[in-house]
Design a protein around this ligand. Structure first.
Ligand SMILES: [Zn+2]
Length: 163
């Protein structure tokens, strides 16, 4: 019977990628052990990763936060509009007292206008990414991946070859 092993270093200390991430600290504990399942000692240098770093490196693909991006875009657009209306309402006032106010409103309006453009583009990108099904594909791939605890090779085992 063939064992599940790393295609690079042939170590049998392999685990599902998601387990490394979800396990967090426990992944680190198994890492500090100096002996493999087959009884051979393992060099300490390969086990210096902190569990946090390891978990971070094997983080699952991020689901695009379309709702949050939409809220941010909508908010900055509303602020742009408010400052634009305020600017228009004082624009034709010849009173010199409004001069500073006009400059201030122009600067704030430009700031929100740029933020709006940036946020709308960000929202469209995230929404396009979500609709493309790419996240589902990456997530599925991530779930089928294994990681070697010795050399950190990431691989998808061919279960048809295991009996
Ligand atoms: Zn390996």
């Amino acid at each position: 019977m063939a064992e599940l092993q790393c295609p690079r270093c042939k170590s049998e200390q392999v685990t599902r990628r998601r387990i490394i991430h979800d396990g967090g600290v426990s992944a680190g504990v198994s890492f500090t052990g100096g002996v493999t399942t087959s009884g051979e000692a393992v060099g300490a240098t390969t086990h210096t990763y902190s569990s946090t770093t390891l978990a971070k490196r094997h983080r699952p693909p991020e689901e695009p936060a379309v709702g949050f991006a939409f809220a941010t875009a909508a908010l900055t657009c509303v602020f742009s509009l408010i400052f634009l209306i305020a600017l228009i309402s004082v624009a034709n006032n010849p009173d010199p007292d409004f001069k500073i106010g006009k400059i201030f409103l122009t600067v704030v309006f430009i700031f929100f206008a740029i933020a709006s453009v940036y946020n709308v583009i960000d929202m469209l990108k995230k929404s396009e990414y979500k609709n493309s099904g790419e996240y589902e594909r990456l997530s599925k791939e991530y779930d089928s991946q294994f990681v070697c605890l010795r050399c950190e090779e990431i691989f998808i085992p061919d279960f048809s070859k295991l009996s």
